[in-house]
Structure formats: C-alpha cells, structure tokens
Design a protein around this ligand. Structure first.
Ligand code: FAD
Length: 459
C-alpha cells in the first residue's frame, strides 16, 4: 500500500485509488484492449501537481505512466501497479490572435485547440481525429490535414514547459534548453512531462473545401494510379488521406452504401474555396465515384468529422510504416490485402506527406520521416462484443508483412504494444537515435519516463 494521505493533501487536483468511485473510468484509455490497474491515479490540476506527483513517485519507487489524451494505441498512458500522472483535467488554451500563437495545456485535445483558435480564423497542424491528445501527438511529430502547407505539429512548436525527472520545471525553446527542445519535437514522452505547449498559428478557414470521395473497392487500382500523379502535382494547400475499408454509416452517407467495401480519398483544401474546386475537380471526376461528399465545410466540422468512426473503448490493433511513392507493386499489395479483413470496422489509411514536412532540414528536429511520401496505418478494429480479435490481428499483420519490400521507417506515434524496441529504433535515423539517447541521459539518466516508445539513456 502506498502511503498517500500526505500526498493527497498537497494536491489541488484529485487522487484516485483502486477502491474509489471513478477508478475504472480513470484507468480506461482509448484502446479498449488495454486493461491495466495502476495503484494511484493523479488527476493533476496544474504544473504544481505534476511536480508533486513526479517527486512522490520517485520517493516511493513507483513506475510512472503519463497521460495526455489517452489515445496511444499501445496504452502507454496507463500502467499496472504504478502511478498515472494524468493531465486530462489540464485542457486550457490561450490564443494570442495578434502574435498568432496559442499556449495549450498538456492534457488538451485537438478539439480544444481547434475550438479556441478557429474563433480567430487560425489553426495549427493537428491530428485528423479531434479527440486525440495534443501532447502525445506533438511529441511524436504530428501529421494532419495542414502539414503539407504548415509543417508537422512539432514544426509549429515554439516552446514547451517541462517538468523533468528530478521534479524541476524548465522551459525548452530555441533559446533555452535547445537540445531538449530538439528532442521534444519527435522523440516522444521520453524527456519530461510537458505541462504546456506554445504553438505558431496560421490563418485557416473558417470554411475549407473538404470531404471524402468514395469509389467501389474494385476500382482501387485504377483510382490509385490516377491519384499517384494527382498527388505528385498537388499544391501544399491540399491534404489528402486515402482510406480502404467499408463505408462507415455516417449521417451524410445514404443507407444503401453503409458498410459497402470502398476506397475513399478524403480531402481538405485550405486555400480559397473556388481555387480548391479547380484543384479537386480532376480527382472528383475520375472514374465513377460512388459518392462525393466534398463541399465547403467549416474547418472545425471537418476536424471532428471522423471522430465517431473511432470511438473510445472499441478494440484496436495497429501496424504502420512509412512508404515511398505509390508504385504499381505497392498498389498490388493494397488491392490484395486492403479489403480482406473480417471485421467491417477494420480499415487502413494512407497519409500523403511531403510539402512543408519535407522542406524542414532533417536535423532541425528529432522527427525522422521527412523523406517518405506516404504513411500507412493498418487498423484492425472490432467492438468488445465482437469476435474478430484473432482474425483481424492476423489480417493486420499479414497486410503489414506484405509491405515489407516497400517499408521506409515508421512514425513513432503509430507503434503498437508488440512493435518492440527495434521498431522504435526504425523510427529514427542512426544519428538522431543516438543524439536522442544522449539527451535522454542528460535529462532522465535513470529512465524514470520509460512507459513510452522508449529511448534508453546511454548509461
Ligand atoms: C483515433 C486516432 C487518430 C490519430 N490520428 C493521428 C493523426 O492524425 N496524426 C498523428 O500524428 N497522430 C495520430 N494519432 C496518433 C497519436 O499521435 C498518438 O496516439 C499519440 O500518442 C496520442 O497522444 P495522447 O496525448 O492522446 O496519448 P496518451 O496515450 O495520453 O500519451 C501517449 C504517450 O505520450 C506521452 N505523453 C502524453 N502526455 C504527455 C505530456 N503532457 N508530457 C509528456 N509526455 C506525454 C507519454 O509517453 C504517453 O505514454 C491518432 C491516434 C488515434 C487513436
């Protein structure tokens, strides 16, 4: 039993123990396959609580899990027996519209950031599902609709307030602790607990031309061959994400198309809408789309448009890799594997990278996938009451294995629990990995923060 009474007294936030009401809700994360039982959950109210919790954990030898949005598929935000330092009550966002910056607390979700920044017609690159946490996403790099125009989320980070493994509070930026600042932009949660992030913002929307176009699964090879050339010449204002799977029963989808196997190219054009109409026309007119939902849309609505398709508590199993341009061989792999999942909820998504992501020099941040053209994330998905665990885990692995000849590193934020340390190494170049390990040694020599995609200290 951990002696918590004095600890509880020193907190402004809440301490939740296994016998407390709300314990099971507080230990649940987005991926419903994760079922861990921490000894203590500290719902921090602010930086002071984070410092107190880190010191308490160290004094009592408790393993630490850090929770931002709780979305990591590997479930690293929760542990067995140790302490969860939970920032999910720290979701404030302060926007400075004149300076075009936002300061965002470490437990905020993208919906919080988008909501506040869009009030001023501003945004920064965030994830494509708005209930994802800002913290984990930013620290791994951050890919999303705006990245080809405005860079990764991490490229927009101006500074971060950090509580280190020894309970100290420091600010990392280009001017202070610049080594740590470099590491935070791709190296994940290894280096400390970020209590707030400062981001650069850009004029976006409030209306963008956005939405998916669907084609029958049988048209996949033809559409992808067209898309390959279309995407190569696309302006940076256009973000696209391909999706293979069945059509989700969203309100905008006619009932007769629900659950039909199909490929979709989801789009978001952030320049003027009429310009976007021109840019997107060839794509929308290619072949015989089943459904075209591209329309002028509030950026906020587009950011939340996929939220209901990946709810909290369903069971998820992921495999991911970065990919080069879509060769005919690669397209054959998609055609052979993308539609053979048994669960109608399983799908895969391909992000189109490039643009501003590629223009940032390799050594400017620790994110290491800048030269890849695409990233694929294969998602086995089933509800807890459905019996697809075995079949769709197998489907995910087989699809991933078939991509072996085309693989080019991996995005650290898409690694699942069984990917192991070798794939963490694959997320970085050799030089970047060892530089990260040195910075880890300086800021966290005892690997206090190790429940993450771990980079071990060199000693
Ligand atoms: C449905 C879904 C959609 C996604 N879409 C995208 C996308 O479009 N683009 C993209 O780039 N990624 C995307 N991701 C992946 C996402 O970036 C990772 O899952 C990320 O870890 C989520 O961050 P979180 O704060 O919600 O996670 P958590 O599970 O809370 O945290 C993950 C890890 O981050 C670290 N961490 C969390 N908070 C802090 C903090 N305050 N300080 C220091 N370390 C911290 C810890 O090591 C923790 O283990 C998506 C994930 C999901 C589930």
């Amino acid at each position: 039993m951990v002696p918590v009474n004095d600890f509880r007294e020193t907190l402004r936030g809440t301490l939740i123990l296994p016998h407390d009401k709300g314990y099971h809700e507080a230990r649940a994360v987005w991926n419903g396959t994760i079922d861990r039982h921490p000894a203590v959950i500290t719902k921090c109210a602010g930086t002071s609580d984070v410092i107190t919790a880190v010191n308490f954990a160290r004094e009592h030898g408790l393993e630490i899990a850090v929770r931002g949005g709780g979305h990591n598929v590997a479930g690293t935000a929760v542990c067995d027996d140790g302490i969860v330092i939970d920032l999910s009550a720290m979701r404030a966002v302060w926007v400075d519209p004149r300076a075009r910056t936002a300061r965002v607390q470490g437990g905020a979700l993208w919906s919080d950031v988008d909501h506040e920044t869009q009030a001023h017609g501003l945004a920064t690159t965030g994830g494509i599902v708005s209930h994802t946490g800002v913290a984990g996403l930013t620290l791994g790099g951050g890919i999303g609709w705006l990245m080809r125009k405005h860079g990764l989320t991490a490229d927009n980070l101006l500074s971060a307030d950090v509580v280190t493994a020894d309970g100290k509070f420091i600010r990392a930026s280009d001017d202070e602790h610049s080594d740590l600042f470099w590491a935070l932009r791709g190296g994940g949660g290894n280096f400390g607990i970020v209590t707030s992030f400062e981001f650069a913002l850009h004029p976006v929307g409030p209306t963008v031309l956005a939405g998916p176009v669907f084609w029958a699964a049988d048209d996949t090879a033809d559409v992808l061959r067209f898309y390959r050339d279309f995407a190569r010449d696309a302006p940076d204002e256009l973000g696209t994400v391909i999706r293979f799977g069945t059509i989700p029963p969203l309100p905008a989808v006619p009932e007769e198309l629900h659950w039909r196997p199909a490929m979709a190219i989801n789009t978001c054009y952030t320049g003027p809408v009429d310009e976007g109409e021109h840019v997107l026309r060839p794509l929308r007119e290619h072949g015989t789309p089943l459904l075209d939902l591209v329309s002028p849309t509030p950026y906020l609505a587009h950011q939340g448009g996929l939220d209901s398709t990946v709810p909290h508590g369903w069971h998820y199993y992921w495999k991911s890799t970065n990919l080069p341009e879509l060769s005919d061989d690669l397209i054959d792999v998609f055609v052979d594997h993308a539609y053979s999942a048994e669960s109608p909820r399983s799908y895969s998504v391909i992000f189109h990278l490039g643009g501003a992501v590629r223009r940032v020099p390799d050594d400017a941040t620790s994110y290491a996938g800048r030269h890849a053209s695409h990233n694929i994330n294969i998602n086995g998905v089933w509800r807890p009451d459905e019996d697809f665990a075995e079949s769709d885990t197998e489907w995910t692995r087989e699809f991933f294995d078939a991509l072996e000849p085309h693989r080019e590193g991996v995005y650290v934020n898409f690694l699942d629990a069984d990917d192991g340390t070798q794939r963490v190494r694959e997320s970085y170049s050799e030089d970047t990995y060892w530089r990260l390990a040195e910075i880890k040694t300086e800021y966290d020599p005892e690997n206090v923060f190790h429940l993450n995609q771990n980079i071990e200290p060199t000693v």
